[in-house]
Write a protein that binds this ligand. Structure first.
Ligand code: GLN
Length: 473
């Protein structure tokens, strides 16, 4: 069977009866089997996916199937699916079974998507290489000695290696866009508050957002229409109406695109990425868009502000894992305090502990003003600057990553090196704007390159329109 790159293609085959859902699902099961070394899946949901394939095929025969019939999708292992395990790739939650489904899962199921399994990720979504997973790193299918990116590394590799058609990830500071960039696929992080976070294991709640990893812009658009929109279970979700993004997809002409100068001139930027981005800019200009260059002098503050704020939020969010309520419990402890300490010491990995400590420190009485409050102020400045830039143009353009996928282990010794690699993705996260990572072909070594486009709050339609016209031209 050949690789399908969009739901439209699959639905056409299903309609012509050249394909059926049990057959399609077996194809993906075969692909997963052949690519086990990539370590993309924490678990394949063989039984529930097969049952879904049979049931949805019957609906297709009867003409009653939902909008996503034919979509075989994987979910990052920090998204709850009732009666299925969810681990956040942590020992802390190993074996834990979700008592309920996330809103995004409910919405996928309602439209007849088949959920094929849960995908490996960095532990509690903390990381940028998928090397902090308790279940081992995910390997990049372009070069198995290199990282998949993270934290949604399993989600990106599953789509890259054709183990499923699309995947859900979560993006707090780049976790959808960066692995998409390392794997040569499309990663969309919508506006903060576009999609419900209910049932998504929290990392930093004022940043976390569900995003999609796909091989086509139309699939990103179709999924967004299904996933987005108000939810009584998450009050941070916007009540703005949700367009039919895929149907409204149309070519964009003559838009104003602002290139953030420092991001391109930055010495740390890989020369092949710079060349690919300059070529992309030239292509956009040729397509009739107006390119302008703008200084973004707050670049140096992005990573520090992001890490102060997200670790602070994480230290609070992860306090619920105490060995008592649920999750891993040390069995030898003789007092309650010892139980808390030992369960957390044994249940969490190094990176998660580092962040809990850092977050607790920046929130502590003596340091709150100097770090946490300062970072909040910096976040506000960044957001204001982004909003004012986007008042005079339609899109911002920057790299997604400073380098292509790096070698396994290369950045694990020094957390600061790993954190600095998030420099281009955290901007959209701090400002809460939608952003997309688009593939730009491969470098000389065959590693994927990419570019990032960002738009005004809730302007996903424009962002998808530009992405589609850019990629198909
Ligand atoms: N690499 C970033 C971090 O470790 C982003 C992670 C994410 O978006 N979940 O925080």
């Amino acid at each position: 069977m050949k690789k399908y790159t969009s739901l439209t293609e699959i639905q056409a085959k299903l309609a012509q009866k050249e394909l059926d859902l049990p057959g399609l699902l077996s194809y993906y099961f075969g692909q997963i089997e052949k690519n086990q070394h990539l370590n993309a899946f924490n678990e394949v949901f063989f039984d529930s996916a097969r049952a879904q394939a049979d049931a949805i095929q019957q609906k297709l025969n009867a003409g009653t199937a939902g909008r996503l019939a034919g979509m075989v999708i994987g979910i990052k292992d920090n998204i709850c699916y009732k009666d299925h395990q969810v681990s956040a790739s942590s020992r802390m939650l190993e074996g834990f079974i979700s008592p309920y489904s996330a809103t995004v899962v409910e919405r996928l199921l309602k439209e007849d998507a088949i959920i094929i399994g849960r995908l490996n990720c960095d532990e509690f979504a903390m990381g940028g290489s998928n090397e902090t997973s308790y279940f081992g790193p995910v390997k990049n299918a372009a070069d198995a000695n290199r990282v998949a990116g993270g934290s949604s590394g399993g989600s990106a590799v599953a789509v890259q290696a054709d183990l499923c058609l699309s995947a859900l990830g979560t993006d707090t500071g780049g976790s959808v866009r960066q692995p998409a960039a390392f794997c040569g696929i499309i990663g969309l992080k919508p506006t903060y508050g576009r999609i419900s976070r209910y049932g998504v294991i929290a990392y930093a709640s004022s940043f976390d957002q569900v995003g999609t990893l796909t091989s086509s812009v139309t699939d990103a658009a179709t999924l967004l229409s299904v996933l987005a929109g108000a939810d009584h279970a998450d009050s941070t979700v916007s009540t703005l109406p949700v367009p039919d993004y895929a149907r409204e997809l149309k070519p964009t002409k003559k838009k104003k695109i602002a290139v953030l100068t420092e991001t391109i001139e930055n010495e740390a930027l890989d020369p092949e990425i710079r060349a690919a981005i300059l070529a992309a800019i030239a292509r956009l200009e040729k397509q009739g868009h107006e390119i302008s260059y703008h200084s973004f002098d707050l670049l140096d503050y992005l990573v520090p502000a992001y890490y102060v704020l997200t670790t602070a939020e994480a230290s609070s969010n992860l306090s619920r894992f105490d060995g008592v309520h649920y999750g891993y419990r040390n069995s030898q402890a003789e007092s309650l305090n010892q139980l808390y300490k030992d369960s957390r010491a044994e249940g969490f990995g190094e990176e998660v502990k580092r962040r809990i400590l850092l977050g607790t420190f920046v929130l502590s009485a003596g340091y709150y003003d100097a770090y946490y409050q300062k970072a909040q102020q910096v976040r506000r400045l960044i957001r204001e600057k982004v909003v004012s830039l986007l008042a005079s143009c339609d899109f911002l353009l920057s790299p997604v990553t400073p380098t292509p996928a790096f070698k396994m282990g290369e950045n694990m010794q020094d957390p600061l090196v790993m954190y600095m690699a998030d420099i281009y993705t955290v901007l959209a996260s701090l400002a809460g704007i939608p952003a997309i990572s688009l593939p730009l072909g491969n470098n000389k070594e065959g590693l994927p390159l990419s570019v990032q486009l960002m738009a005004k709050h809730f302007n996903e339609q424009e962002l998808l329109n530009l992405s589609e016209s850019f990629l198909i031209s």
